[in-house]
Design a binder for this molecule. Structure first.
Ligand SMILES: [Zn+2]
Length: 306
């Protein structure tokens, strides 16, 4: 089968989309649909499928033209069509309809998010800088093992609960800075998995809210922590816990909401597995605020011998 003749870099250039980096398969660029300070827009050079990980816009090349059309002259658009993508797109459409009739204005439904684009974007992020790890007292080996990356903020991978060792295992990531948290791509289902499952091998699971607390605990040799990405623990997450662990220690945040949720899910989990609520003896908010000695001591039931 012939490849559809598209020239993605040229299309982006004519549309005024600023390319940030170009790999073998993907181009990363600044998103034309929102104020994009870091390049969140990713497009596959072969398929023309694209997605913005921040605002959630996505589609194929024709969608891209259509969406940009609203803000630009139709003459520019016509010339882009003719020059670069017109032939390929028309051929695709008529081949799909089977009628041989060219209907240029009917759009295909927006395609599913391309998992390979998601993985390529993740791979383009740097490892966290040493100063950021030191600030949070995270050990670099643990940071790497858990797949944490950096994009002017923490990039925390969200993997499927049943990884098969392929790039498709990655659903997206949680982007975290001091003042906000955002899940990318928009709509990624973090409540259908737990952070730390890939690295979890023990029999006792310590349930915490924040993924970086899992990494913090692993940094001092406390293994077995899993994070729910927040105080709200979903039924799917409870289900996964009961399947993977033999005993559960609930160490959600030491605040009102965390305590309330901890009581609720402990009641539920106890019907299936021995489950207890972790008691914070100091006034810390979560395990991430404990110092090394405190972590090792309090969670000694889950520590590697040091
Ligand atoms: Zn965007």
């Amino acid at each position: 089968m012939k490849k559809i003749p598209t020239n993605v870099p040229e299309v982006l250039d004519v549309l005024g989309i600023q390319i940030a980096s170009e790999g073998n398969q993907e181009i990363t660029a600044h998103c034309p649909f929102h104020e994009d300070h870091h390049p969140s827009f990713s497009i596959n050079k072969d398929t023309g499928l694209w997605i913005c990980f921040q605002c959630g816009e996505r589609g194929n090349l024709e969608h891209l033209l259509q969406k940009i059309k609203r803000g630009s002259s139709s003459r520019l658009l016509q010339s882009v069509r003719r020059q670069s993508v017109g032939r390929g797109l028309r051929r695709t459409e008529s081949a799909q309809s089977g009628s041989g009739v060219v209907r240029r204005d009917r759009l295909d439904p927006v395609p599913e998010i391309d998992p390979l684009l998601v993985y390529a974007q993740y791979e383009s992020f740097d490892l966290p800088p040493p100063w950021a790890c030191e600030n949070r007292q995270l050990e670099s080996g643990a940071v790497e093992r858990f797949g944490i990356r950096w994009n002017k903020g923490w990039v925390i991978p969200i993997w499927t609960p049943e990884p098969a060792g392929s790039p498709r295992d990655l659903w997206g990531w949680q982007f975290k800075r001091l003042d906000f948290v955002r899940n990318e791509p928009v709509g990624v289902k973090k409540s259908r998995t737990l952070f730390g499952l890939r690295e979890f091998t023990g029999s006792t699971a310590i349930l915490v809210e924040s993924p970086l607390d899992v990494v913090r605990m692993a940094s001092v040799g406390v293994t077995g922590a899993l994070a729910s990405f927040g105080a709200m623990v979903s039924n799917t997450q409870l289900q996964i816990l009961t399947e993977r662990a033999e005993r559960i220690v609930v160490a959600l945040d030491n605040d009102q909401e965390g305590k309330k949720q901890a009581r609720k899910i402990t009641r539920i989990l106890n019907r299936v597995l021995p489950t207890e609520i972790f008691t914070y003896y100091s006034s810390v908010k979560d395990p991430g605020e404990m110092d090394d000695e405190e972590l090792i001591e309090e969670f000694s039931f889950c520590s590697k011998a040091r």
